[in-house]
Design a protein around this ligand. Sequence first.
Ligand code: NAG
Ligand code: NAG
Ligand code: NAG
Ligand code: NAG
Ligand code: NAG
Ligand code: NAG
Ligand code: NAG
Length: 629
Amino acid sequence: MRLSCGCLLVLFVKIPSFCLVGSQDDEDAPPSPPFGVGPLPPKNTPGCPANCTCPSEETVECGGLDLHVFPSNVSRAVQHLSLQNNQLRELPYDELAQLTSLKTLNLHNNHIISDGLPDEAFESLDSLQYIYLANNKLTVAPQILPSTVRIVDLAANLLTEVYPLTFGQKANLRSVYLHNNQLTNTGLPYDAFNGSDAVSTMILSSNQLSYLPQNLPPALVRLHLQNNRIARIPRGALSSHWKLRELYLQNNNLSNQGMDPSTFSKLKSLEYLDLSNNNLTEIPAGFPPNIMILHLGKNRIDSLLPRDSLSRVRGLQYLLLQNNRLTAAGVHPDAFLKLRNLHTLHLYNNRLERVPPGLPRRVRSLMILHNQITHIGLPDFANTYLLAELNLSYNRLYSAKIHRLAFRKLRRLESLDLSGNQLTLLPAGLPPSLQVLKLHKNQINSLSPELLANLTGLKELHLAHNRLRIGSITPGTWQELQGLKLLDLSNNELSYIPPDLPESLEYLYLQHNRIAVIGAEAFHTIPDIRAIVLSCQDSAAWFHAGAASYALALRFRGADGQELGHSRPAAPVHALHDGCQLRQGQARTVLEVRSSRPEQLPLTDVAVPDFGAANQKFGFELGPVCFTG
Ligand SMILES: *[C@@H]1O[C@H](CO)[C@@H](O)[C@H](O)[C@H]1NC(C)=O
Ligand SMILES: *[C@@H]1O[C@H](CO)[C@@H](O)[C@H](O)[C@H]1NC(C)=O
Ligand SMILES: *[C@@H]1O[C@H](CO)[C@@H](O)[C@H](O)[C@H]1NC(C)=O
Ligand SMILES: *[C@@H]1O[C@H](CO)[C@@H](O)[C@H](O)[C@H]1NC(C)=O
Ligand SMILES: *[C@@H]1O[C@H](CO)[C@@H](O)[C@H](O)[C@H]1NC(C)=O
Ligand SMILES: *[C@@H]1O[C@H](CO)[C@@H](O)[C@H](O)[C@H]1NC(C)=O
Ligand SMILES: *[C@@H]1O[C@H](CO)[C@@H](O)[C@H](O)[C@H]1NC(C)=O
């Protein structure tokens, strides 16, 4: 067996991204209808309508057939009739009325208009349980649906009106999907859900409601009302809904005047409440105690006070207050005092001029970026022992205004983001638990071993866009960083590759510096390196298109000491993509080294002949050696 091995010179690195908790809107997706266009064997029972599939007498599948008319000859015994993804405009009364065994009627994605739906036909369908009519052209809901229905999906139509017996008097009704319609409060009568006391899911998002409808069924567990124009919640509208667990009211026009202290107070089971993107100026009154996730972002809230009902939500775990108008003076030191379960607090994009006092003691993740914080004092993080993730990026912090012991109590801190500030030095006293330290976009102009001395667990150090020069990096700086895997020094003022890099390094970013010479030993201390990123700017990496030659191309030296390049016979190096050949602006060249002589790899050195002009920058990324065979 001939062993061949390759070395790919570009690698893309994924850096963990910031995630918001309580991910939004699976926009109310109803459960999919129980059957559809699966690859069924075309084994039909006799009498199956033309082109349809009938696995049994009870099941007739005519989905996606471009049908313009209702299929003739549907068996009267049919229980599940599937007609989704067709071109139907109307359903014939005579034929529909005869399908008295029908349990499931799937008409998703047709062109059915309200006049094309024979309301009276439904009266005889007294086994019907599941009606799927989403994505049609209905302008009003059916007048009467059978009392047997369990799930009704009328989403994404043009509905302006629902009738008392559309959903009313249905003892078995569980789920109602009405999102993406044009319903106003006038179109939803007061008794729309009379006698339908078992409804647990109600989706009314993306309509034109201006207040929260009254007389919603009492057994509701999930209520979606986001993306309406709701400006008020009438007194008592949510007074009997003690089973409600999730309430979505984001993207409406709710103001504090539109609610009263009893609005939410009876919702004993409420765990998730989203009031983001409304018109609140203060914390609403009367929150029930069991809410776990509370979204209040994107309002106009400017204060947090101990008398706010927020301070009594003892089950609270996630509190999202980003994009408001909070100042530190507006946050009372006792505002979070009783929130013993609060572990995630988002305060980004407010007007905080310092870290607010009295942070919740159990907070693990604190997002306080994009404020106007200028200093960090000794007491600011004195009690938040459990903090693991602290994001202070894009504030106005100066090195001289960060107390040298400010972070010393944070023994569990794993990730600290101070990027986008005005720091000139690394902060002192960082805890050894730290794994990710982000300091890009500051004014850092020196690095010394003392400040990194205890960071033995550090895996990523981001120092891009600072003012580092080789001469200002004290020898021994990297010495203690024995676990460092990623070092980003791009966009600094380095003139050569810093020496004595930690052995553990796998990713090294050096693009946009002033590196003109790469010494033969530059990478000797980093045997595990997977990617070195420089970049080519106005420099030919492989083929010089202007001169139609390879004379300026890179040359590599293999592990066996031999030089590799295009000029050598049976060149193992070839360009997969040579973006640098035009020698214009920034581009990248991807070179692949394939060799049947494993002793050549990994590469140990690179020569850059076309280099030296002031505007030229050059870089490369080294990929891993892969063995195939
Ligand atoms: C309808 O079904 C019957 C048998 O049930 C069959 O004889 C007849 O040809 C079918 N008609 C059409 C139009 O398919
Ligand atoms: C069945 O499919 C064929 C071929 O696509 C088409 O010509 C025919 O009109 C279809 N029949 C019906 C009843 O849709
Ligand atoms: C709905 O309930 C109210 C009061 O419970 C009653 O007055 C009204 O007649 C009912 N409407 C229907 C359609 O049942
Ligand atoms: C929001 O409600 C206020 C009254 O509280 C009203 O003046 C304003 O027009 C409403 N805005 C929208 C977009 O509906
Ligand atoms: C917020 O409410 C005020 C009155 O309280 C109103 O003037 C303003 O238009 C509302 N804002 C929006 C975005 O509707
Ligand atoms: C801090 O927040 C910013 C913005 O969301 C994000 O890009 C960055 O990754 C966060 N920092 C950390 C360490 O997670
Ligand atoms: C490093 O840790 C030791 C022992 O915990 C401590 O005495 C020393 O002050 C720390 N150094 C820095 C720079 O934080």
